[in-house]
Every structure is written in C-alpha cells, then in structure tokens.
Design a protein around this ligand. Structure first.
Ligand code: HEM
Length: 480
C-alpha cells in the first residue's frame, strides 16, 4: 500500500507534525506556526453540547423487515407489502447520567429507532418501558432536575428522587418497574423496546387507528441486581453490542402492535392517551408485524451515534401522533434540542439525511452544504411547478381529528386519576423473589428521604397493594 500523506484540513501536505517552529531550539514560537494553530483551534472545538438527557448511548444500523401487510391500516409505504425491508439506525441510551457515566445505572433505557423509509424518516423515540413517570409535559424539567445530581453537591440525591415521587403518584407505575428486577438490563440486546406513547396509523379511506409499538427482544430478558451492577464494566452494554455485531451474532426484536379503533378509544375505561398506563393485552392483543435486526456497527461514533438526531415529529404519511399531552410537547422539543446541539441544518448530517430526495425551499444557515432548490426558484408558490419546482400534494394530508365535545381550553388537572391499579397489578404478577428485590431496591433509596416523603410513598404503595407497602415498610425498619 502506498504511503498516505498527512494533510491540513484544507488538503495541503504537512512536512512536520511533531515539531513546532521556534526561534532557535530553545527560543519561543514564531507567528508562522499556522499549522500548529489550526491543529489546536480544531481541538478546542471537538466537543458539542451533550444531550440534556440520554447523553450516554450506543448505536448500530440494521434492517426492519415487514412480515404483515398493514395497508388495511395505513398508507405508509414501509408498512405495505410483506417482505418490504427498511434500513434503520437504533440508538440505545441511559437517561440521567452524562456521556461517560455507567451503562449499569438503575434508569430507564432509551430505545430510539430511525426508519429510513422511501417517504422520509420515521423516528420512534421510545424507552425499554411501556409507560413513563409523567403524563403532563410541564412537569418534565422539574422531574429531570429531581432525578439528576444535586445542584450543590453534584452527587446523586435519593432524597430528591423520592421527594418528587412522593408528590407525584402518577410516577408510581413507572417507578415500580424501575425499582423491580427489570430495572437494570444486562445489556441493550436483552431488553424490550416500546413506543410507550400511543401513536396512530391512518389508511387511504381516512380511517385512523391508535397504535402502541412493542419490540420484543429475541435474546431473552436478562437483568442484573443492584449489587451486581456496581461490579460491572461501566462500558459493558456498549461493548456487548459492538462485540455481538462484530462476531455476526446479530440481535433481533420481534415488532408487534396493539391496535385500537377510534370508537373503542372513545369508550375505553382507561384514557388511551395517558402515558402512565398500559393497554392490557387481554383487551388489545399484540399483533406481530415484522422483525428488526441490527447488523452493522458505526464507523465513527461521534459522526453517527453522537450526531444522530431523533425527533418524535419525524412522521411519514400514514403514521401520525396522538393527543397524548407528553407526545405533543415532544413533537416540538426535540427539533429545538437539535438546533441547539447540531445547528439548524442537522438534517444534512449524513446520519440524519433521509434516503429519499429532499425537495423544499429551506435554504442557507450555518453549515449548509445542500443545493435543494430546483429550477432556480427559492419561494413558494411559484410559476415553475411544472418545471420541477416542488409543490405540496394534498393526498398526503392526515385525516382531521375531531375535538372532544365540550373541549374547554384551560389547564386540565389529571391529579385525581387512578395511578395505583396498574402498579398493583404489576406487583401481583411478581414472584416472592421479585417482590423482595423490589422492596429492597426501594428501601435503599427511600431511607434517605424525609419522614414525610416516606409516609406519602408508603401510602401510595398501600393504595397499589397492601402487601407492597408492608414489604417496603419492613425493609425500611430493617435498615434504620
Ligand atoms: C415532555 C416530555 C419529554 C421531553 C420534553 C423530552 C426531551 C428530550 C430531549 C431534549 C432530549 C435530547 C434530544 C437531543 O439532544 O438529541 C431527549 C432525548 C430522548 N428522549 Fe425524551 N423527552 C420527554 C419524554 C420522553 C419520553 C416519554 C420518552 C420515551 C417514551 C423519551 C425518550 C427519549 C429518548 C430515547 C431520547 C434519546 C434519543 C437519542 O438516542 O438520541 N423522552 N428527550
């Protein structure tokens, strides 16, 4: 192989990259050290802001293969025609820790999938849990503050974690999952993924269906206990995924949907748009639609995994959002985050670029490399639409969504909802060992909370199942 000559970023060959230019061997540097300055200046700019949540992550490419034709439910091209294959990029993450924190925190795991469909990118930005701590987005920043490090000590703060939860019974279901034996996955390959939110599909007749997405691991669920977690390699989940793909042991997830009609939704006893609730499978069974396989590692972690920009607003014709209040806020929040982290032209970064043509009149801005203006016109409407200038097409419009009757515009408190039954149902399907692990995990954090927060938490557990409260209380007394 011939020798590759080192160059500057402008392509000029470099003669010496080890010695800066100085006035004599012991003298100070001279002003013509522009090669050195370029090197140092670029180094100074290597970091971009890390994600405000989900900063630590691992990504890989793969394929989603559709097995069941869904054209009855949706116009989406990637869901029509069995055997249809769509390239994906999946980024797994922990939530609370910084970029170099441990893969083994007791924390939900992000499960974000970018489907590069022929009709644009569809992003499913989910977690490894079917529910979330909140059902109103106005609480999200406070919630995240309470779970992250203490602003004064910069240390983990279990007292704040429980202070928040004591004031928010809506978190009980998700917190029960988090504190259970499922709370720390052994690796990203050994956990399920969920849209968590209700999304929608609509078909060519304008009929809409409410959908929850499930990704069932084919590697089996494997988890570690809190005691095992502290002894794990902090980069263990990242290593596990990279190594598995490297040796050709491609991880797979069965992709399954729960489907609810609009009329079922209007009479269902659970609010189908409440992110703290699941839809029981006996009412809405899982329908298998395909398989997702990861089969290619990234070549450059920063360029691909760090710069990938997922957005719940990346929807394609035939796939829509829902009135879930959390999802509605997320439709705006993510693109805003990307503009801050990656600039307004984040969709031009290769990992985010759709695999289909982009035709629009957005232009310029920092770091723009695209020439998307067709026909020499950069405004719409114009007189060149018959000569290739892009124009909208009404057939891709989402069917209208009716408002609830008597839909008053004001804040609507959800405080009085039932946040206990589903947490209780989950507790009841646990075996003895799982119930004890749950109580241990809770007590080890709750012991640091104030007496008042402890009492309010015990009341929540009591409302879910009295045995739940008794076990936590017993453990608290053992520790005291
Ligand atoms: C109102 C509620 C929420 C807000 C405002 C919010 C906001 C954010 C923000 C700002 C980021 C960083 C984005 C970036 O810089 O690239 C993020 C990342 C993420 N969020 Fe949320 N989030 C919310 C709820 C949720 C929920 C309910 C889920 C899961 C069901 C979720 C899953 C994720 C995932 C997986 C990532 C990481 C995506 C990646 O790998 O790049 N978030 N969120």
């Amino acid at each position: 192989m011939s020798k590759t000559i080192l160059t500057t970023s402008a392509g000029a060959p470099v003669a010496d990259d080890n010695n800066s230019i100085s006035a004599g061997p012991r003298g100070s540097l001279t002003f013509d050290n522009f090669r050195l300055f370029e090197k140092l200046a670029h180094f100074n700019r290597e970091r971009i802001p890390e994600r405000v949540v989900h900063a630590r992550g691992t990504g890989a490419y793969g394929i989603f293969t559709l097995e069941k034709d869904l054209s009855e439910f949706t116009t989406a091209d990637f869901l029509s025609g069995p055997g249809k294959m769509t390239e994906v990029f999946l980024r797994f993450s922990t939530v609370g820790g910084g970029q170099d924190s441990s893969d083994y925190a007791r924390d939900p795991r992000g499960f974000a999938v970018k489907f590069y469909t022929d009709q644009g990118n569809f992003d499913l930005v989910g977690n490894n849990t079917p529910v979330f701590f909140l059902n109103d987005p106005s609480k999200f920043p406070d919630f995240v503050h309470s779970q992250k490090k203490n602003p004064q000590t910069n240390l983990a703060d279990p007292a704040s974690v429980y202070q928040y939860w004591a004031n928010h019974p809506q978190s009980l279901h998700q917190a029960t999952i988090l504190m259970s034996d499922r709370g720390i996955p052994l690796s990203y390959r050994h956990m399920h993924g969920f849209s968590s939110h209700t999304l929608s599909l609509w078909n060519r007749d304008g009929v809409r269906y409410w959908i929850k997405w499930h990704f069932k691991t084919q590697q089996g669920i494997k988890t570690v206990t809190s005691e095992e977690a502290v002894k794990m390699d902090p980069a263990g989940a990242q290593r596990d995924l990279v190594d598995a793909i490297q040796r050709g042991d491609f991880p797979k997830w069965s992709v399954e949907l729960q489907i609810m009609t609009e009329s079922e939704a209007s009479s269902y006893h659970i609010n189908p748009f409440d992110l703290t609730k699941v839809w029981p499978h006996k009412d809405f069974p899982l329908v298998k639609i395909g398989m997702l396989e990861l089969n290619r590692n990234v070549e450059n972690y920063f360029a691909e995994t760090e710069q990938v920009a997922f957005a719940p607003s990346n929807l394609v014709p035939g796939v829509g959002a829902s009135p879930d209040k959390m999802l509605q806020a997320r439709l705006l929040a993510y693109q805003d985050a990307h503009r801050y982290r990656l600039s307004a032209n984040f969709n031009q970064i290769p990992i985010n670029q759709p695999r289909c043509p982009i035709n629009n009149y957005q232009r310029d801005g920092l770091m723009s490399g695209a020439c998307w203006v067709a026909g020499g016109v950069n405004f719409y409407p114009n007189d060149q639409v018959n000569q290739g200038a892009p124009a909208p097409e009404s057939e891709f419009g989402e069917p209208p969504m009716p408002l609830e009757s008597e839909a008053w515009i004001k804040t609507h408190s959800q405080d009085e909802d039932d946040y206990y039954s589903q947490a209780g149902d989950l507790f009841q399907v646990m075996d003895e060992e799982q119930k004890n692990q749950l109580a241990d995990n809770i007590a080890s954090g709750l012991i640091h909370a104030s007496e008042s927060a402890q009492q309010r938490m015990l009341l929540q557990y009591e409302k879910a199942d009295s045995d739940y409260a008794t076990r936590v209380n017993t453990r608290l007394k053992d520790i005291r």
